[in-house]
Design a protein around this ligand. Structure first.
Ligand code: TYD
Ligand code: MG
Length: 462
C-alpha cells in the first residue's frame, strides 16, 4: 500500500484521469485495475513555476457592463485557421491541436509562428525534433527565423520559466505528450503527466496573456492521447485531419470558447508547406467529371461553409461467401441502415453483394444530409444507371424510405450553381426561396420518387 498520508499526495488514474485521495486497486470511475499513480500536488502557482501574486477580491459584475473590447484577436497568417478559431488567436487562450502523426501539425504551427514573429514574441518548444531539424524545416517553408525563439526542452516548469523570461506572447508546445513535470513521478506521456503539463501551460496562458498552442497526438481510437480532461482544460480543441494519400487537409473545431464549432478550414499540402484552399469545391471535384454509375456529387455544409464532394459507390457480386461492406469517409453503421432501406423500399439487390463506398478527397462525411447522396450512389451502381453529371444532391433518409429536410438548403444550392451545376435532387420539404437563375430543383419525398426520377431521366438521356 502506498503510505503517505499527507494531504498533498493524491492518486491519479492513468486510464481515465480520475483523481482519488486514497490509493485503491481499482479506479472507482472507470473500473480499471492497478491504474493509480501517486501525484504530488502543491500550491498551483508554485507548481507551475510562476511567481505567486495575491489574488484581489473579485466582486460579481453585471453581464451587460462587461467590456467586450478586451478580446483583440491577432491573425495567425492563415485565414483558414483564423476562420476555424472564430476570427483569429485570442490572447491568453489555450488551443489544443490534435491529429495523426505526419498529418502536418508541426508544419502548421511553424507557418503560424513564421507569420506571428513580426508582431509578437514567439516561442516554439519541441520535445520531438532537434533544433536543427526545426531550422531545416523552417528553411524549407521559407520562414526566416530572426525573431523566432526555439527551445528543445521537455520539462514544463523550465519551459514556462523561459517563456516568461523572453515575454512570450505565442507559445507552441510540440507535443504535449513529450513534456513532463519534474514533480510528477510517472513517465512522459502518462495521463498524470499530460494532464499536469497541460494544466501548467494553460495556467501560464491565463496568467500572462500568452496564447498557447498545444499539439497532441491522436490515438488509434481517434481521440487525443491523454485524459478527456485535457479537452476540458483548454479553450479550443482543433483536429487536423485528412487522408494520408490525399494532399488535402481539413482543420475543424470541436470545442471553441471563442467561436462556433464545426467550422472547417481547408489546406492543400505542397512541397513548400500548407497552402490555403479558399475555394475547396473546385479542388475536390475533378474538372472533367462525366456521369458514371455510382458517382454522385453531394453538397455538404459545415457550419457556414458549403463544399461539394464526390461520393462513389460500387455494388458488385461477391466472390466470397461473406459479402464485404467497406466505407471510406462514411459511417459503416449508417451504410448498413441505408442498404436495408434501399433493399426494403426500392428492392435494390444488395444482399450477398459486396458494397464499397468512397468519399473522394479524403473527406469524412458526418452530416446526415449525406444519406441521400450515398443512397443514390448505391442505387445507381446496383442498377447500373448514371446520375447526371450536372446534378448535386443532399437530404436525410429515414427508415421508412422518406427523405427528410436538412438545414442550409439554399446555401448548398448556390454553391452548386456557382460551380456550374444546374440541378439538385433535394428533400421535398426543403423550400428554396432564392433559386439561382436557370437552376432546377428536383424535390423528392421518398426513395421511390428518386427511383422514378432516375428511371425517367435515363429514358430521356438514352
Ligand atoms: P509534420 O508537420 O511533421 O506532421 P506532424 O507534426 O503532424 O507529425 O509533417 C509531416 C511530413 O510532411 C513532414 O516530413 C513534412 C511534410 N509536409 C510537406 O512536405 N508539406 C506540407 O504542406 C506538410 C503539412 C507536411
Ligand atoms: Mg510534429
Amino acid at each position: 500500500m502506498v503510505g503517505k498520508s499527507s494531504s498533498k499526495v493524491k492518486y491519479i488514474c492513468d486510464h481515465c484521469g480520475g483523481i482519488a485521495s486514497k490509493w485503491a486497486g481499482q479506479c472507482a470511475q472507470c473500473g480499471e485495475w492497478n491504474s493509480f499513480t501517486e501525484m504530488v500536488t502543491q500550491d498551483r502557482r508554485s507548481l507551475h513555476g510562476l511567481k505567486a501574486e495575491p489574488v484581489g477580491r473579485i466582486k460579481p459584475s453585471v453581464l451587460g457592463d462587461v467590456s467586450l473590447d478586451t478580446v483583440a484577436r491577432s491573425a495567425s497568417g492563415l485565414f483558414e485557421l483564423d476562420r476555424v478559431l472564430g476570427g483569429g488567436l485570442v490572447p491568453g487562450s489555450a488551443i489544443l491541436l490534435g491529429g495523426d502523426p505526419g498529418i502536418g501539425k508541426s508544419t502548421l504551427a511553424l507557418q503560424c509562428i513564421g507569420h506571428l514573429q513580426h508582431a509578437q514574441r514567439v516561442l516554439y518548444v519541441s520535445g520531438e525534433e532537434s533544433l536543427q531539424q526545426i531550422a531545416m524545416r523552417a528553411q524549407r517553408l521559407g520562414i526566416g527565423g530572426a525573431d523566432i525563439h526555439v527551445l528543445g526542452e521537455n520539462e514544463v516548469q523550465l519551459i514556462t520559466r523561459h517563456a516568461l523570461d523572453i515575454g512570450a506572447q505565442f507559445l507552441v508546445a510540440d507535443s504535449i505528450q513529450t513534456l513532463f513535470h519534474a514533480e510528477v513521478p510517472s513517465g512522459p506521456g502518462s495521463v498524470a503527466q499530460v494532464r499536469e503539463c497541460a494544466s501548467a501551460l494553460v495556467s501560464f496562458a491565463k496568467q500572462t496573456g500568452c496564447t498557447v498552442l498545444l499539439i497532441g497526438h491522436v490515438t488509434k481510437e481517434g481521440g487525443i492521447a491523454g485524459p478527456k480532461v485535457l479537452e476540458h482544460l483548454v479553450d479550443t480543441v482543433l483536429y487536423f485531419e485528412g487522408d494520408h494519400s490525399s494532399r488535402f487537409r481539413l482543420i475543424r473545431a470541436f470545442k471553441n470558447r471563442y467561436g462556433t464549432v464545426n467550422e472547417m478550414g481547408v489546406f492543400a499540402m505542397t512541397e513548400d508547406g500548407l497552402r490555403e484552399v479558399s475555394n475547396p469545391s473546385s479542388m475536390f471535384l475533378s474538372q472533367d467529371r462525366e456521369a458514371a454509375p455510382g458517382s454522385v456529387v453531394f453538397a455538404l455544409q459545415e457550419a457556414t461553409r458549403p463544399l461539394l464532394v464526390e461520393v462513389q459507390a460500387l455494388v458488385d457480386n461477391s466472390s466470397v461467401g461473406h459479402p464485404r461492406r467497406v466505407c471510406v469517409g462514411f459511417d459503416p453503421q449508417r451504410l448498413g441502415m441505408l442498404l436495408a432501406v434501399l433493399h426494403r423500399h426500392l428492392e435494390v439487390p444488395v444482399v450477398e453483394r459486396d458494397v464499397f463506398v468512397n468519399v473522394a478527397g479524403g473527406i469524412r462525411l458526418s452530416e446526415t444530409a449525406a444519406d441521400l447522396a450515398v443512397a443514390t450512389a448505391l442505387y445507381a451502381s446496383a442498377v447500373n444507371r448514371s446520375f447526371p453529371a450536372n446534378t448535386v444532391c443532399f437530404g436525410e433518409v429515414g427508415l421508412s424510405g422518406e427523405i427528410r429536410p436538412v438545414p442550409w438548403g439554399e446555401s448548398r444550392i448556390h454553391e452548386a450553381a456557382s460551380l456550374g451545376f444546374v440541378c439538385a435532387v433535394i428533400p421535398a420539404r426543403n423550400t428554396v426561396k432564392n433559386l439561382p437563375i436557370g437552376f432546377e430543383p428536383v424535390p423528392i419525398a421518398s426513395l421511390a420518387a428518386l427511383g422514378n426520377w432516375m428511371e425517367t431521366r435515363s429514358q430521356v438521356d438514352g
